[in-house]
Design a protein around this ligand. Structure first.
Ligand code: DAH
Length: 364
């Protein structure tokens, strides 16, 4: 078929060449508008049977040496034309009708989107973290799905120890084949990140760790099975209980106002020795006694203590510099919901999670 399509060359003079090539150019243009891009490509540029291939062998290769150059130049022009035609055929955009169907009216008013704001829990959490950041603490995080080792054992809750019963734990199912240390659970507190931090860096450490924790507790006005804590850890040479008291007294004043007082009560946590509960003077009645503080004038707010040497011993397995003969430290942990409820006078913890815009909008 191609043989018939390509005109025979009568001779190699300029006139004959011009005539033959212009016939070919017209044919290419006709084909380009009649055929789809792929058919056009096959017909003209096909590697074995393409017309350009034929033109090349019948005109160019067959030309006597004296005419090779003039035939070659014309061939090059034809080839560029074919390639150009193919390019515009493949790149051709949608038709005018298709464009019109898709047109949008840019003069219509847009959809007004509400601007987001920080959730009161996030806001309170950031406020707490910022108080400690200003004292030179860095900020760390850890996983919510934690191992038994980090959540309990390394925090000095040995397997089977009754202290574990104080934190009713949600565990991941079907882990009987793992050793007790490696079994996964939802962390019940942010304290495991103390150990993760110490394993990663030698002392000194000053870090706060905000995060979500989980317990198998029924929801009531002040408890939720999912809540948030901010953990703190300070380890260095010669850290004393006075440092702990001064730091937390400052933090409570920064969070609740400079007239707030603090007091420390003996308590127990496996990972601190001695341990204390921190109370602040009631922010509702100023310490005189009211319903909120059950007439005592004080409200219990967080736990703390001096890091137990047994905890340092676990850290020293990876970082020998945690030698309780050379260093000491304090730790503390507070509930973010509890602090937010106090600060904003909220009596139902469930309000934080209900997603009611009338509630949340008040904190924007
Ligand atoms: N992890 C404790 C809890 O969830 C809170 C806590 C108490 C953390 C004392 C501490 C601490 O770091 O020293 O009940």
């Amino acid at each position: 078929m191609s043989n018939e399509t390509i005109p025979n060359l009568e001779s190699y003079d300029d006139d004959s060449l011009a005539k033959a090539f212009s016939a070919l150019e017209n044919l290419a243009k006709d084909d380009a508008s009649a055929l789809g891009a792929e058919d056009f490509r096959l017909r003209w540029l096909g590697r074995k049977q393409g017309l350009l291939n034929d033109v090349s062998s019948r005109y160019l290769k067959a030309a006597p040496p004296a005419f090779k150059k003039s035939v070659g130049e014309r061939f090059k022009v034809l080839k560029e034309l074919v390639e150009g035609l193919l390019e515009s055929a493949s790149g051709a955009g949608p038709s005018d009708a298709a464009l019109a169907a898709e047109a949008i009216d840019i003069t219509l008013p847009g959809t007004r989107r509400l601007i987001g704001a920080e959730h009161p829990i996030t806001k309170t959490l950031n406020e707490i973290v910022n108080v400690f950041a200003a004292l030179g603490y860095s900020v760390g995080v850890g996983p919510e799905v934690e191992t038994d080792f980090y959540n309990f054992e390394s925090m000095n809750f040995p397997p089977g120890h009754p202290a574990r019963d104080t934190q009713d734990t949600l565990v991941v199912a079907n882990q009987e084949r793992r050793s007790q240390r490696d079994r996964l659970l939802l962390r019940t507190h942010t304290s495991p990140v103390q150990m993760r931090t110490m394993e990663q860096q030698p002392p000194p450490v000053r870090i706060v760790i905000p995060g979500k924790v989980h317990r198998n507790d029924a929801q009531d006005a002040t408890h939720s099975p999912i809540f948030h804590q901010v953990e703190g850890l300070c380890v260095d040479t010669n850290i004393t209980f006075s440092d702990l008291k001064g730091t937390l007294d400052h933090a409570m004043k920064a969070l609740f106002g400079s007239s707030v007082k603090t007091r420390f009560f003996p308590s127990f946590f496996p990972f601190t020795e001695p341990s204390a509960d921190v109370q602040i003077s009631c922010i509702f009645c100023g310490g005189k006694g009211c319903r909120k503080c059950k007439q005592s004038g004080w409200i219990e707010l967080l736990g703390c203590g001096m890091v137990d040497p047994a905890v340092f011993a676990f850290a020293a397995e990876k970082q020998p510099a945690y030698d309780p003969k050379k260093i000491s430290g304090f730790a503390f942990g507070m509930g973010v919901e509890r602090i937010a409820m106090m600060k904003y006078g909220i009596s139902e913890i469930g309000q934080f999670y209900a997603g009611d815009m009338r509630f949340l909008g008040q904190f924007a």
